[in-house]
Ligand binder design. Structure first.
Ligand code: CP3
Length: 344
């Protein structure tokens, strides 16, 4: 059983000698073993092949020594299961016909939950092959982040200009789209739970792209619905609203168990802003890993004080690993967490 795993203990509020550690985007990008497998498949093929996806999910546990595995999949499986044409090429996701450019954005969406079944097969396979000590984190994207991709298509412009304009000019349609994404996301989250994930993280990578009060008005109710559905199943719920800034002060213990903090918000400040009943996760700047190990270690010192005083904290990055980071730096970071004397 995974119940004694350090991540689950921390999520339950129990004392541990050190913070648990895992990394966003730990499965892709930094691992030589991943790069090797990727020579033979596209990303989309990898995540749809249960053998490969299960294997890649578990690579970071062996290679980096992290305390949890995160399902190897993507947040954009939801638009795909809503009937949108989607492929991944070398520069990222490509949608056939993004919604903001359609005459009637609602009419083309046809939720088909069976299009997510292959992911449950991946979870089954992971459960059969992983060590019982390793918790499995499931996830999906939050409605805002998923909808931005659906409306804009390729997010390479960074700030999704047409998608945001669409939201301001078509509030009612936006509400209906949020509803559609939320319903399928709940079905998907509960499906992952049925198949045995231990923890759930909701990624809202682009939460900072709209004002915090519009976020509260339009998106927080649906985020709360997803959280409630997951927590009703007794699965701990981590929420990552990247870029929300001081908006994190408005998040309540009804919204999540743990809040993942981005690298823009100092952890001590986050601790002051966020309700003390909510645990924190984060928030090492992923770009720090471009620096030398001496510089990395120096920059990590304040985390020791934080970790000494805060048991309800999961060590992680403030966003995923960047491309081009060396495996040695990533491994160094995981080792550092496990070897440091946290003075607890
Ligand atoms: O450790 C893991 O990698 C876990 C699996 C995971 C992936 N994507 C695999 C992936 C998770 C949790 C995600 C979430 C995701 N996907 C988010 C939210 C978190 C974040 O990092 O911001 C977003 C916005 C997406 C959408 C997405 N997927 C984009 C924009 C891209 C292309 C650019 C990029 O970041 O690489 C992807 C592709 C993708 N998803 C890759 C991986 C490993 C890259 C595939 C490759 O190796 O080329």
């Amino acid at each position: 059983m995974t119940t004694n795993a350090i991540l689950l203990k921390t999520l339950r509020g129990e004392r541990t000698e050190r913070p648990p550690v895992w990394f966003m985007r730990q499965a892709g990008r930094v691992l030589p073993s991943y790069m090797k497998i990727k020579e033979d498949y596209t990303f989309w093929q990898m995540m749809q092949n249960p053998e490969v996806a299960a294997k890649v999910t578990l690579l970071p546990v062996d290679d980096l020594g992290v305390d949890a595995a995160i399902l190897f999949s993507d947040i954009l499986v939801i638009p795909h299961a809503l009937g949108m044409g989607l492929e991944f090429n070398d520069s990222g996701p490509l949608f056939d016909n993004p919604l903001a450019f359609r005459e009637n954005p609602l009419s083309g969406l046809h939720p088909d939950p069976s299009k997510l079944n292959y992911i449950y097969t991946v979870i089954d396979k992971i459960k059969r092959t992983k060590s019982p000590e390793t918790p499995l984190i499931g996830f999906c994207g939050a409605p805002l982040t998923v909808l931005l991709f659906m409306l804009q298509g390729l997010g390479r412009k960074g700030d999704f200009p047409e998608a945001i304009r669409f939201m301001y000019q078509n509030k009612e349609t936006t509400r209906q789209l949020i509803e559609i994404v939320t319903e399928l996301s709940i079905t998907y989250a509960l499906g992952q739970i049925d198949h045995g994930i231990d923890v759930f993280q909701l990624f809202d990578t682009h939460a900072g792209l709209i004002p915090a009060d519009l976020y509260q008005e339009l998106f927080m109710p649906s985020t709360r619905k997803i959280a409630a559905a997951v927590r009703e199943e007794d699965i701990p719920f981590i929420f990552f609203p990247k870029g929300l800034g001081s908006g994190i002060a408005q998040i309540t213990p009804d919204d999540c168990d743990f809040l993942s903090i981005d690298w823009q918000t100092p952890l001590n400040l986050a601790r002051k802003l966020v309700d003390p009943k909510i645990g924190l996760q984060g928030n090492v700047d992923p770009r720090l890993l471009y620096a030398s190990q001496t510089e990395i270690e120096k920059a990590l010192q304040p985390y020791i004080e934080f970790g000494k005083n805060n048991q309800n904290w999961i060590f992680n990055l403030g966003h995923g690993f960047m491309p081009g980071i060396s495996f040695e730096s990533a491994r160094f970071l995981a080792d550092w967490v496990k070897q440091t004397d946290w003075k607890r």
